[in-house]
Write a protein that binds this ligand. Sequence first.
Ligand code: UDP
Ligand code: MG
Length: 338
Amino acid sequence: MTCNRLTVVIAAFNEADSLPLLHPRIRAVVDALAHEEGIDGQVLYIDDGSTDATWPLMQQLAAADRRVALLRLSRNFGKELALTAGLDRVEEGAALILDADGQDPPELIPQFIAKWREGYDDVHGTRMEREGEGWLKRSTAHAFYRLIGRLSKTPIPADTGDFRLLSPRALEGLRQLRERHRFMKGLFGWVGYNRISIPYHRDPRVAGRSKFNFWRLWNLALEGITSFSTAPLRLATYMGLLTAMVAFLYGVWIIVKAMLLGDPVAGWPTMMSVILFLGGVQLIALGVIGEYLGRLYDESKQRPLYLVDTWQPARPARPAEAPNEGDRVQRLHGSRVD
Ligand code: UDP
Ligand code: MG
C-alpha cells in the first residue's frame, strides 16, 4: 500500500437528524487514524437531493473541517447512484462506504484499514445481527441474499450491505462499470480481487426513519436479480416447455378418448381451464421478457447516471495553498457528468 489516503463516502437523503450524531464519531476515528497510523482521512458527504436541512448542515460541517468534501446531486437519484457519484470523486487512495444513519459503526474503520494493509481490495462488513428492524424485513432480506447467491454467477456475499472498503484498484475497476441499473452489491462482487468479510453487529438507526420501504426494497431486489442473472428468462422457457408437454399429453388423451368413446360435445370447463392456464403462463413469460426489455431500453438511452449540483472538494492541509472559496466550490449548472 503506497497511498495513505482514505475517503469515507457517505450518501445521505434527509438525514438532518442523524448527521450531527454521526459526524463527531467519524471525526474521532479519522483523527485517531491520522495520529496512530499516519492515514490522511477525508470525509465525502453526498446529498442525494435531500429536502430537509441536510445540505446546510453538511455545509456547516465542511466549513468547520477542511477534510470534509461535499457533493450535492441535482435531485434524489437513490442510494446506488449517490454512492456511484461519490466513488467517482475519490481520486486517490481507498474509499470506505458508510450509511449516514450510524447503522454501520465508524469505530470499526481501523479493522477495515488493517485488512487493506494486509493486501485486501474489498473488505466488507457482514451483519451478524440487525437491530431495530422488524422480523419481516430481516427474513425477506435473508431470503433475498440466499436467492441471489444461487441465481447469480457473480459472487454476492450474503447479509453484506454497502459497508465496505475498496482499494484504489477495486475503485478503478468499479468506475468502469457504467450501467444504469446499478445493484451496487453485485457490482462490488463483479470487480473481484482479494475479498474478505468482517462480521459486525448492525446497530439500529441513531435517528430518523428508514428510507427503504417494502416497495423500494422489492424494486431493489428485482434490480439485483435482473442485473445479475438471466435465470428468470430461463425459468420462463422451462415453464413454457413444461406446459407445452402437459398440453401435448392432454391432447393425445383427448384424441384417444374421442376415438374410443366418441365425441359427446361436452368439455367446456376443461377447455376454459386450459385456455386460462395457458394464457396465464404466457403472460408470466411475457412479463419476464418485458422486465429485461425495459432495462435494455433504459441502457440504450445512454443517459448520464446522475447530475451534480455542487462539488466542493476537501481543502489541502496548509492554508497558504488553499484557493479561495469561490474557486473551490464548483456549481455545475446543467453540465453533464457520467
Ligand atoms: N439513502 C440515499 N438516497 C436514497 C435513500 C437512502 O442516499 O434515496 C441513504 C440514506 O441516507 C442512508 C443509506 O442510504 O445513509 C441507507 O438508507 P436507510 O438507512 O434508509 O436504509 P436501511 O438501512 O433501512 O436499509
Ligand atoms: Mg439504515
